[in-house]
Structures are given as structure tokens and as C-alpha cells.
Design a protein around this ligand. Structure first.
Ligand SMILES: C[S@@+](CC[C@H](N)C(=O)[O-])C[C@H]1O[C@@H](n2cnc3c(N)ncnc32)[C@H](O)[C@@H]1O
Length: 364
């Protein structure tokens, strides 16, 4: 589909939403009918070899430690933000555009399980109108769409390429009641009090969090519920090992582009770590009540260490780390990673736990 055409479709969606809301703010069924024309033929795809399940183990509050200084036997690297947030956001947003395919192939099978928990916590009902913020390739929107039958889900993302990929998956998930629009959560083009539920599966960047929450508070109904999730790399053992080793073995002479990507990621990670406990306060200031946070532990199983490394190195920023290392350095890095990550191999499978925070907030 041409971009121009998609934009005109989006305009008509906005127009329809405005009309429907003006007529009767509770006419969710009518909304579903109005948008029912996103009809597609079914197809299936098997994501082989991946498994993830929720352990059922719930940790209350945050167990995360604020660890920004990493000691290693070769170097000590202190990660202090060296870039302003707006610049970091722009660079990281550009990375999302480059990571669509890697995200869909390697991360979505895991994030699907997080989405299922997110949707469960959001207490969806048939017929509701749902907004999924930072939908990426749409997994949480698809999971929600299956639950609400005659209802309707709108997935929004700042990355146009993510939106294109999400639209392409509508067929695979056989969903008629989901629509994807390129839009920032910090500037919602929807009328006030429209959505019954708002969900976000790790889909609100830290730099846009306060403004996005304000916008959600405006666009959600008085009886609405918001549920969002997030996680920190340092809370997931192999991600922590990976970061520590990479910092030791990566090139000391990065290109300007790689240096800026490193700075941008470090800046947002560092802000994210500091923000952890203030997210609830931001939600409260935006008018949300009954705010609770739960940390769930998911057990992830991948076929091998190699699959874990592929999942990480196929993301643009990390791929470039490999590209900019000389062959000897690359071999050393990979060898060290395989050695240190071997602790996660159990009975021939790569197993680890992934902690995800879920925040529940209501407007009532
Ligand atoms: C970690 S991915 C999560 C994708 C998806 N929710 C999933 O479960 O697969 C983060 C996505 O959020 C998007 N994003 C981040 N902040 C956003 C915002 N304020 N508004 C819209 N999209 C945002 C990014 O473009 C990216 O596609």
C-alpha cells in the first residue's frame, strides 16, 4: 500500500472516531462495525522452538537494584548520561525503524507471553474500544483483539515501519477488529474519554512517559483502566551478562554513529533506572488512582546459546558493535559471551528468567 493511501485511511479513521464519539460515546459495537472493513484472509505461521511461560511466581514491589557502575576484571565503566533526552530519544527511535524484522522474529515470541499477562490484568470485556500504545508489530493489540470479539483495538506506534509490519500481520492473526496507526502516545489524535482500556507492552519510551501518561489520561474514559509493562536489562541475568561483557570487549574506537547510539541507549537506560519508582507518582499526578505494581517472572527457553546471541546481535545497534570490531576482537567477544552464558544451558536448552513489571492504574 502506498504511504499516501495509508495516510488517507488514517485520516478517515480519525474522522470516523470523532463522529462516532460525538454521536454516542458508548457505541463500541457501532465502532467495531464501522471499522470492520479491515477484513483479511487467514494464514498461519509456526514459530518453532520457542517457549515461554509465566512461572506463577509474583514478586511485589521492585527488587531491582540501581546499578549504573559496572566493574569487570579488565575495565570499570561508569554509565552516565552524556546526551540530552530529546536527542537520545530521536536516535533510539531511529533504531526501532531498523529493528522491525529482528523484533518480529526474535523478540515477539517472548513478548507475546508478556502481552497475554498484560491483557489479563487489563480486564477486557467484549465490545470495548482499546488503545495499545507503542504497539510495535502489534502483538498486544492482536492478543487483546481476540478477547474483545465485537470490540475494537487501535494500535499506535511512532515507528511507521513497525506499523507497516503490524498491518501485514493482520492476516496471520485473523483479526478483523484491529487497526494500526502511526502516532506518538505523547500526542494522541483522539477525542477525550474515548477508550475503555489502554494497554502498553513495554511501549512507552522513558523520555515520553510523563506526556504520554497525560495524554492517555485525557483519552481514557472515567471508568477506564490503564495497564502497562516495562523491564530493565539489568534485571534479566543473560542480558546483564551480555552488557557486562560487551562493555569490556567492544571497540575503543567506535565510529561517530556507533558512539552516538551507545550514548543514546546509555542515557535512556540510566534515566529509566532512575524513573522506576517515580512512574507511579507520574500516573497519580495525571489523575490515575488504584495504582499498583507487580513484578512477574517469566521462564524463557530458547533452543541454544546461539539463538540468544542471534536475538541480541540482530538488533541494529549491536550488529554494528560486531561490524566495527576487527575479526580477532569479534572472535574474543563471542567466545567470552558463549563461555559466560553457558550457565544458562540446562539439558541442552538455553533457559533464563525474565522479570517484567506491570503497572495497573484506574481512572476511578
Ligand atoms: C519494546 S517495543 C514494544 C513493542 C510492542 N509493544 C511489543 O510488545 O512487541 C517499543 C515500541 O514502542 C514504540 N514507542 C516508544 N515510545 C512511544 C510513544 N511515546 N508513542 C508511540 N510509540 C512509542 C517504539 O517505536 C517501539 O516500536
Amino acid at each position: 500500500m502506498q504511504r499516501k493511501h495509508i495516510q488517507s485511511v488514517e485520516r478517515s479513521i480519525h474522522q470516523k472516531l470523532k463522529t462516532v464519539t460525538r454521536r454516542d460515546p458508548r457505541s463500541e459495537e457501532k465502532e467495531a462495525l464501522l471499522f470492520g472493513w479491515t477484513i483479511v484472509k487467514p494464514s498461519h505461521e509456526d514459530i518453532a522452538g520457542w517457549e515461554a511461560d509465566r512461572s506463577g511466581h509474583t514478586i511485589s514491589g521492585s527488587e531491582r537494584t540501581n546499578r549504573r557502575t559496572i566493574h569487570s576484571n579488565r575495565k570499570m565503566v561508569t554509565q552516565e548520561p552524556s546526551m540530552n533526552v530529546e536527542e537520545a530519544e530521536e536516535i533510539v527511535q531511529g533504531l526501532w525503524d531498523l529493528d522491525v524484522s529482528a523484533w518480529n522474529t526474535h523478540w515477539v515470541p517472548i513478548f507475546r507471553v508478556f502481552s497475554q499477562e498484560l491483557v489479563r490484568k487489563a480486564q477486557l470485556h467484549p465490545g470495548q474500544l482499546i488503545l495499545d500504545v507503542g504497539t510495535g508489530t502489534g502483538i498486544a493489540a492482536f492478543v487483546a483483539a481476540k478477547r474483545i470479539q465485537r470490540g475494537f483495538v487501535i494500535g499506535i506506534d511512532r515507528s511507521y515501519k513497525m506499523i507497516v509490519a503490524a498491518r501485514a500481520d493482520v492476516e496471520r492473526y485473523q483479526c478483523r477488529n484491529v487497526f494500526f496507526i502511526e502516532m506518538g502516545g505523547d500526542r494522541l489524535l483522539f477525542p477525550d474519554k474515548l477508550f475503555a482500556r489502554v494497554i502498553s507492552n513495554c511501549g512507552i519510551s522513558i523520555g515520553t512517559f510523563p506526556q504520554t501518561v497525560k495524554e492517555i489520561s485525557r483519552a481514557i474514559r472515567d471508568d477506564g483502566i490503564l495497564v502497562l509493562s516495562d523491564f530493565h536489562l539489568i534485571d534479566v541475568a543473560p542480558h546483564r551478562i551480555f552488557s557486562e561483557i560487551l562493555r569490556v570487549y567492544r571497540t575503543d574506537n567506535p565510529s561517530r554513529r556507533l558512539r552516538r547510539r551507545r550514548e543514546a541507549l546509555a542515557t535512556l537506560e540510566s534515566i529509566g533506572n532512575r524513573y522506576t519508582d517515580s512512574k507511579e507518582a507520574i500516573l497519580q499526578n495525571a489523575g490515575f488512582k488504584r495504582i499498583t505494581k507487580q513484578t512477574e517472572v517469566f521462564r524463557i527457553t530458547l533452543p541454544s546459546t546461539q539463538d540468544y546471541l542471534r536475538m541480541r546481535f540482530q538488533r541494529a545497534a549491536l550488529r554494528q558493535e560486531l561490524v566495527e570490531l576487527p575479526p580477532v576482537g569479534r572472535r574474543k567477544l563471542l567466545k567470552e559471551l558463549r563461555k559466560r552464558l553457558a550457565v544458562h544451558m540446562h539439558r541442552g536448552r538455553f533457559k533464563f528468567e525474565w522479570k517484567v513489571n506491570f503497572i495497573f492504574a484506574a481512572k476511578w
